[in-house]
Design a protein around this ligand. Sequence first.
Ligand code: HEC
Length: 507
Amino acid sequence: MKYLYLNTLFFIAFGWFRLVYSVAWDQVDTFKAPLTFQKQEGDGIKIIASNLNVPQEIAWGPDNQIWIAEHAGVVSRMDPVSGSITKLLQLKDVWQSRSAGLLGMALHSDMKQFPYVFLCYTFQKEKNYATRLVRYTSVRDTLVDPKVLMEIPVGNGHNGSRIAVHQGLLYWATGDALSLIDSQNPQTPNGKILRMNMDGSAAADNPMKGNPVWAWGFRNIQGMVFSKSGQLYTSEHGDATDDEINLIGEGKNYGWPTVQGFAESSEESTFKGLNNTIDPIKAWTPTIAPAGLDYYPYDKIPALKHSLLLVTLKAKSFRVLKMDKEGKKILSEQVYFENKFGRIRDLCVSPAGDVYLATSKRDWNPVSGFPLPSDDRIIKISKLDPANPQNMISSIPAGSKSAQLYLQYCASCHKENGTGVKGTFPSLLSSLIVVNNPKEFIKKILAGSNGPVNISGLTYDASMPSFAFLKDEDLIEISTYVRSLGSNHAAPIKPELIKEVRTALNK
Ligand code: HEC
């Protein structure tokens, strides 16, 4: 009790700034003992937290603490110096399944006046599921007084999401929730960037009066940031191709699902012409699974100045996207730490110019060999030298061309060794079609699928993208490789078969 009382006094004296050294950890419920070991990983690179559980979002707070939102519904605050962590909130109704869970967090940019913390998460109420945006109020070491600002339809995947606060308004990037029609319908909330007042009502000067929609045509945004000059950027997961970075304009259409990446095909350019869609400022094929996005305005690490900083899941890297002066073009891309820390889901930048990365190795789709016992981790970067080869570990392990193509296009779902993920992505080793029915096998790669498919008595409700965009020679490499994976011992696929199936499918 004595400590509780002392603690309260400290808070009265110091506002909501936390004192980490002067409390007895075991006396106060909301405090956890430091979880963390701190370890130097190289010049200017330090592990400052470990044993986290999928930090979905990390944010630098005005209290100089790192605020952490974990996928299972936990919000906490960490002292970046001592590594000690205080748990502020455990959501009770979060629905955590595959990618669904606690998905985004933002702090109000003026917390002294508006001590608000915004969260979005998928939840379950009896037999109903939805995604909601909630405003909490930060009081000492808890978050209280939740106000639900909006509830929108949820999907088995593609629920986004990120939140940002800018000039007193709230921006919420919502996923398409696997609907193929919502993104192009400005009257529904999915596949959009919504712009709202602090109470969830549509901002007064939005493009359509009374409608929170600010921009549309999105699939599944995973990173969102305002630059110093107030431009809004997003990172987004594409389907089999075309992950994107977009510069967001008021009332603009970004083309999904018809336009993927730059409008290149004739169907895409026709759609672009009719609907005035906006191309991304950067796109990636093969995909990299971009996630958290931030902007770096500081001098401390010169290689990062005036760049978008991006972390990636599938490509397991930290990327620096240098922009032109106006922030309208990406001039170069520098990839750091490939494979060094595993999947990275979010990052934040402190006012001192240090960058913090948060790994995502305990999530639903881990890479083989992970998680390590100390995952997930937060890594502090205070120095970065592009000339130091230690920072530039190469991504794709050396191997045959076919192995590389398989890693780039198939392994994120079916896993490096082809075993898949039970109940979600089928194994390619025990597949009946891979070895015994080459025509169906090639058909599956070219056509993909959308909706539940029954394989050997199990239902798979995740969809498989079409890989018809791959060149025939790459398709031969990949399909032949899959037919030789693990216990599969089947003959190479012939070019004629690919031509025959393409013609039959008109792909
Ligand atoms: C985004 C995830 C994803 C990616 C990437 C992906 N697949 Fe699939 N794949 C699935 C899902 C989900 C299914 C199950 C539904 C179905 O059969 O359509 C599936 C099914 C299959 C099947 C059918 C298995 C059976 O026994 O019927 C084959 C074969 C296959 N994939 C091969 C590939 C190959 C080869 C690649 C790379 C070119 C690839 N997949 C990339 C998700 C993916």
